[in-house]
Structures are given as structure tokens and as C-alpha cells.
Design a protein around this ligand. Structure first.
Ligand code: ATP
Ligand code: MG
Length: 262
């Protein structure tokens, strides 16, 4: 298959039918992500960022429904099962909960290869390469480790390595550094920036941290109450935020840094 160039989410609606009321968690959301580009999805807590990713990939929590919308790859509709692990890799907030506690890192890598339909027997070298590429020292040792034997930062590196291993052209990263300490956060962000640039991946990064946005993203989509209220290049978001929700995020970010010693 030719490497995919564009992922488009088209008019996605996610609802939670509850009692006599249907809560609209994502409202008519459309966006396009190009290979080689980092698009940040920002917004207050509860604005629907995670539901957007989960809705696009068909991994919504029980009881929550995608009522309409589809995902197109280079113009062609692909269901969630066809996207996950093959066209879209994911990196999540809490690396520890993303790993099976009774399986080693090599087991996880084999599973990724299976889903991506890459012959696992062929590719233990690729696994070790991917571990090395994300800065894990001694990849052969790491391959034999279980989640409890590893730090959060190490697990997050493995999660990124597994994303690379899948060969997926797109990456959804939902708050990939929120649960890590500050120093590790910075390293993981640099790693993501470097890898997406070098491999030409298209990354949708979900964050509420405008510092992360400034560091990584080229474009920004701002969400409020389930809808995108502003979408613009990163420089414009900081210099001339148009929507009140955007202004609030930028102001909160600047305020955070105001009192800081130079
Ligand atoms: N399992 C669930 N069932 C029903 N509603 C849910 C469920 N999980 C989240 N919600 C609701 O969906 C809305 C969007 O939540 P979502 O998790 O997408 O927000 P978010 O923007 O990712 O927030 P955060 O920055 O806190 O991660 C919120 O109003 C939330 O209360
Ligand atoms: Mg979220």
C-alpha cells in the first residue's frame, strides 16, 4: 500500500444517551491531518478531546455511541478496526495502564506486529531497532522486562517504539506526557517531535498544555463543549487568538510563566 498522506475526520458526532436525554460529547467535528504535520487538539477538561480520538478509532467507552461521522484516508472511508494499529498508532496518557502487566515488552511488540500484519518472526531485529531509536539503552534487556520492572518514562518510550514498529503513518497521542515528571516530559516531547519529523508521521497531539503546543505543533484546533471553535496555525493562535476559549488558554499559559524567574 502506498503511504497514506491525509487522514480526515468528517462530521463526527459522539453521544451518550442517558435517561431521557442524549448528551452530545462531540458535535459535528471535522479535521484533516496530513502526514508530516503535528496538529494539536486543545481545550478545557471535558471539552471532548479524548472522545474525538476514541470516536474516530471506534474505541468509545461502553454506552457512548458514535452517531455519525467517518474517517477518510486519502479520501477513502476506513472503519475504526482498519485504522487501529495499522494506519493510526496511539500513545496514551498513562503508560502503565496501557500495558498488560503479565506480558513482557517483546510480547507487546509481537502483538503490535500481528495487528499490523507484519511477520513477527521476521522482525525481532526491527523491535530492537525501534527500542534503540526511542533511546532505550540495552534493547535486548528491555525486551525481556515486564511493566512493573520499568519506570513510567521507560514505558512511554516503549509505547512510542511500538507505534513506530507498527509502521502506521499517523499517530494519535492523547496527553502523552501528563503523567510523567517534568524532566521526563521534556525528553518524551523532544523524542516525539524528532521522530514525527524524521519519519514524516502525521501526529494529532491532545493536550491542555499550551507549552507543549508551542513546542511541537504547526496547527492548532481548539475545542469547547464538543466542537472545534477555532483552527489556525500555531503562531496565529498565540499572537491573535480569535475565540474566547482560545484566548483563555493562551492567557492561562502566559500567566503561568509571568511570575517565573528568568
Ligand atoms: N464513559 C463516559 N460516559 C459518558 N460520558 C463521558 C464518559 N467519559 C467522559 N464523558 C464525558 O464526555 C465529555 C468529553 O470528555 P473527554 O474525556 O473527551 O474530555 P477531554 O477534553 O479529553 O478532557 P480531559 O482534558 O480532562 O482529558 C465530558 O463531558 C465527559 O464528562
Ligand atoms: Mg482527555
Amino acid at each position: 500500500m502506498q503511504k497514506a498522506k491525509t487522514l480526515t475526520i468528517e462530521r463526527l458526532n459522539v453521544v451518550w444517551p442517558h435517561r431521557d436525554h442524549s448528551h452530545r460529547l462531540v458535535r459535528d467535528l471535522s479535521l484533516s491531518l496530513r502526514a508530516g504535520e503535528v496538529l494539536a487538539l486543545v481545550g478545557a477538561s471535558g471539552s471532548g478531546k479524548s472522545m474525538t480520538c476514541a470516536g474516530a478509532l471506534d474505541v468509545l467507552p461502553p454506552g457512548v455511541i458514535r452517531s455519525s461521522g467517518r474517517v477518510l484516508i486519502d479520501g477513502q472511508a476506513v472503519p475504526g478496526a482498519g485504522l487501529r494499529g495499522r494506519i493510526v498508532a496511539t500513545v496514551l496518557q498513562n503508560p502503565r495502564s496501557a500495558f498488560n502487566p503479565v506480558r513482557s515488552m517483546a510480547d507487546h511488540a509481537r502483538e503490535v506486529l500481528r495487528v499490523a500484519r507484519i511477520d513477527p518472526a521476521m522482525d525481532s531485529a526491527a523491535m530492537l531497532d525501534a527500542f534503540a531509536e526511542v533511546g532505550l539503552d540495552d534493547p535486548a534487556h528491555v525486551a525481556g522486562l515486564y511493566p512493573f520492572e520499568m519506570s513510567g518514562g521507560m514505558l512511554q518510550r516503549v509505547m512510542i517504539a511500538l507505534a513506530l514498529l507498527s509502521g502506521a503513518p499517523f499517530l494519535f497521542a492523547d496527553e502523552p506526557t501528563t503523567d510523567l515528571d517534568l524532566l521526563v516530559q521534556a525528553r518524551i516531547l523532544d523524542l516525539l517531535a524528532d521522530l514525527t519529523a524524521r519519519r514524516g508521521l502525521g501526529m494529532l497531539i491532545v493536550t491542555h498544555d499550551m507549552g507543549v503546543v508551542a513546542r511541537l505543533a504547526q496547527r492548532v484546533a481548539v475545542m469547547e463543549a464538543g466542537a472545534i471553535v477555532e483552527m489556525a496555525p500555531v503562531a496565529q493562535i498565540f499572537a491573535a487568538p480569535a475565540h474566547p476559549a482560545t484566548r483563555e488558554l493562551v492567557a492561562a499559559h502566559l500567566k503561568l510563566y509571568e511570575g517565573e524567574p528568568a
